[in-house]
Design a protein around this ligand. Sequence first.
Ligand SMILES: [Zn+2]
Length: 138
Amino acid sequence: MPDDQVVELHGNATYARCLDCGLRHEILPIRTAFLNDGVLPVCDSCGGTVKSATISFGQAMPQGAMARAEQATLAGDLFLAIGSSLVVYPAAAFPVVAKRNGAQLVILNRDPTDLDDHADLVLHDEIGPVLSSATGVN
Ligand SMILES: [Zn+2]
């Protein structure tokens, strides 16, 4: 799947960003410095706090990513909710929006979710083996 078709709603743990200016930083030197000193490095550009580029509890959801996710949800006729407990909002609302918009909803999760009764297909199983058997990739 092309990168521009992936919406990283909760960010990406493979790199870091400055919380103040948004500058991207590579994660390895930050992780190494933190493990050595127990202190997070500051941003080269502005002196702000640098952390993994994930959205933590208490941080605002990225508006652009939320808008793109909503557009994709409304445009699709099939919504796959894979590996989510579907309890953390606002992201957990997207399967509901898709279903109300006429999409088929498939949930693949090891444990039951509150949305299982609304889904067209529910698989309580491990993601890796299920998707490997579906794609033929082992
Ligand atoms: Zn900065």
